[in-house]
Design a protein around this ligand. Structure first.
Ligand SMILES: [Zn+2]
Length: 82
């Protein structure tokens, strides 16, 4: 299980306001080796309008800037699943 968490504050793509964590969701990704990995993503709600944007890619674009190359590899596997 990989916990996918943004570093610092993530602003909503719709209003540019801070977002509230309203829960988590698991996303599965099949590795090339045949192994299935589970990524635990947060569900976020915009504090401006209450919309729930997609965790990916909107929420994780700012995240991607701050994190290691390892996380970028994880994201590159998750993005085709949207
Ligand atoms: Zn909003």
């Amino acid at each position: 299980m990989f916990l996918v968490r943004g570093a610092g504050k993530i602003l909503s793509p719709c209003c540019g306001k801070s977002m509230r964590v309203i829960g988590t969701r698991d996303r599965r990704s099949k590795e090339r080796s045949g192994e299935t990995k589970v990524y635990n993503l947060r569900r976020l709600s915009c504090s401006g309008c209450g919309r729930i944007p997609h965790e990916l890619p909107d929420v994780l674009v700012p995240y991607k800037r701050y994190e290691s190359a390892c996380i970028e590899r994880v994201l590159s596997k998750l993005l085709p699943m949207i």
